[in-house]
Design a binder for this molecule. Structure first.
Ligand code: FUB
Length: 325
């Protein structure tokens, strides 16, 4: 195990939801920036009062992790009222994009995009959120044919259930019991990442018999934090199960599924949330994730970490026990 593996990568600020990318041979991590406060936690996620983004970078897996300072603040984005949650990044047409969720002035989560000539920003936001976007946790895949896909959505405080009718209903029924679980959302971006060019749709995650996972199947059903990686031409959707605190994955032949549940990537970490990214560095696979070790378990004061991920030739991922080493 490397010296900094499974340890907080940065201790000067609290960070979470790390989306890692390799640009020009260097590792860049796009995390949430957790805000310190003493307010109580609730199931709506009101404790996650993030106000800005700082981009982290590492020259290599053994090098120190650097905080590159303020990259985008809520004050710079006209449509944002607060709660800048888990972002991702994409490099398209010579520009670096930061894709992020935040609440608008009606308290509704939307997805916005900002761009920069540098992977660390500062990022200039588009004037409005992406039309037709809602909920949280965007993750972007630039596919081998250059098409750009956005995976997003989160239950509970992430508001995904509230859009089942096609418009926002804060009192919408939450699927339960034998009802089909809600999958994450999928839409295709245009080249400028300023519009969706397909109608957003839910992705299906199926069990071993081809049936959609049920809402009561909390060990396997989707909750939040989607990520997409490709291995030998197959598409691997990974995500958090939220209430049961696992990172799981499902496999598909197409970017928009359907996906078949395959297994668990990581057992629960210290804290409530679990959120990750999967990236190949120098030919090996790595999992970037967070826990609450740095704050001694305060759920909204998290720290990003990484560890080696063993992926077999057939795509099977070995389950990580985060504190067994
Ligand atoms: O960081 C705020 C929220 O907590 C994220 O959007 C979720 O994925 C969870 O990690």
């Amino acid at each position: 195990m490397r010296a900094n593996e499974r340890k907080p990568l940065i201790t000067s600020i609290y960070t979470a939801d790390p989306s890692a990318h390799v640009y020009n041979g260097k590792i860049y991590i796009y995390p949430s920036h957790d805000f310190e406060h003493d307010c109580p936690d609730d199931d709506n996620g009101d404790q996650y009062i993030m106000k800005d983004y700082h981009i982290l970078s590492m020259d290599s897996l053994d090098a120190p992790c650097v905080d590159n300072g303020l990259a985008l603040s809520e004050d710079d984005v006209p449509w944002v009222s607060g709660q800048m949650w888990a972002p991702d990044s994409a490099f398209v047409g010579g520009k670096y994009y930061l894709i992020f969720p935040a609440k608008d002035h009606d308290g509704i989560f939307r997805i916005g995009v900002a761009e920069s000539d540098s992977p660390t920003g500062p990022f200039v936001p588009q004037k409005d959120y992406i039309k037709g976007s809602y909920s949280i946790d965007p993750a972007v895949l630039v596919d081998d044919d250059d098409r750009i896909y956005c995976y997003y959505g989160g239950l509970w405080g992430g508001q995904l259930e509230m859009w089942q009718s096609g418009s926002f209903d804060k009192d919408a029924h939450r699927p339960e019991g034998d009802e089909d679980a809600l999958g994450p959302m999928f839409a295709e971006f245009n080249r400028g990442l300023n519009a969706f060019i397909t109608e957003p749709k839910h992705l299906q995650i199926l069990d071993e018999n081809g049936a959609p996972l049920k809402a009561s199947d909390e060990d396997r059903r989707y909750f939040e934090g989607p990520w997409m990686h490709k291995h030998h031409g197959k598409y691997y959707l990974s995500y958090s199960t939220g209430t049961t605190h696992y990172l799981c994955y499902a496999e598909g032949d197409r970017p928009d599924g359907p996906f078949t549940y395959k297994g668990r990537i990581m057992e629960p970490v210290l804290g409530w949330t679990t959120h990750h990214s999967i990236v190949q560095i120098d030919g090996e696979w790595y999992l970037f994730y967070h826990d609450c070790e740095l704050s001694g378990g305060i759920t909204h004061e998290r720290c990003v970490k990484y560890t080696r991920l063993n992926i077999a030739e057939d795509g099977t991922i070995e389950t990580i026990r985060p504190y067994d080493f």
